[in-house]
Design a protein around this ligand. Sequence first.
Ligand code: PLP
Length: 283
Amino acid sequence: MSRTVYVNGEYLPEEEARVSVFDRGFLFADGVYEVTSVLDGKLVDFDGHAKRLERSLGELEMANPVTRDELLEIHRELVTRNAITEGMVYLQITRGAADRDFAFPVDATPTIVLFTQSMPLIEKPTAKTGIKIVSIPDLRWGRRDIKTVQLLYPSMGKMVAKKAGADDAWMVQDDFVTEGTSNNAWIVSGNRIVTRHLGTEILHGITRAAVLRMAREVQMTVEERPFSLAEAKAADEAFVTSASAFVMPVVEIDGQPVGQGTPGPLSRRLREIYIDEMRAAAI
Ligand code: PLP
């Protein structure tokens, strides 16, 4: 069945949706995006995603074509029209269409596109088995804190993982893990939970922020600092966080089992807490 998508103020069947060939998102990856998950037909951490979107746009001096209230309304309308109970809403804003020029156009109207994807998020088989990771060098640009649509390197990383029989890749810079191709990376050593500190080297994950808060609320010890690949391989547990994976255990890194090679107790507990709290707070 055809989905209803949103393009520049209109709700359209997906076959009728159009964006210009001159759109700078297409020509220059001059655009930003957000992915908000849907549980029980409601939006998870919408405010967090809306705030980060505003920040990404600001960092790129890109105009925001919608207010936060309008954005919420569009998200909800798409969830309803496409009868999404579990899945996600994808949003992309680009600088718009203009004659091809490296310099930003002065008067382009931003392009805004949203669509939904229905998929199971809670009952994923990998939540029970955990995922396997390979390490790759982090060859991305230096402003990874801006959620741009330049996703070719992460996409190549995912292919490296697939070819190696793994599920995902962790990127490594100067021996330290930055993050996963589309998630933040965490390890657990003893009773300490470690995830890289915020900076321009990683995306400021909305799920990361929520999990940090929840871990502290239940008196877990959390450290925001860089950790090396060697430290990760020697850790008791590892996991990743993202809007669509929630908290996902990692059971293998570069062919070596992490801990017992099965999802660890803290990772499982944090996943449960995250799902329970986010379900209750979804709007
Ligand atoms: N890091 C990268 C590179 C990502 O692409 C993503 C999500 O797409 C994340 C981290 C996790 O961010 P969030 O929890 O906001 O989904």
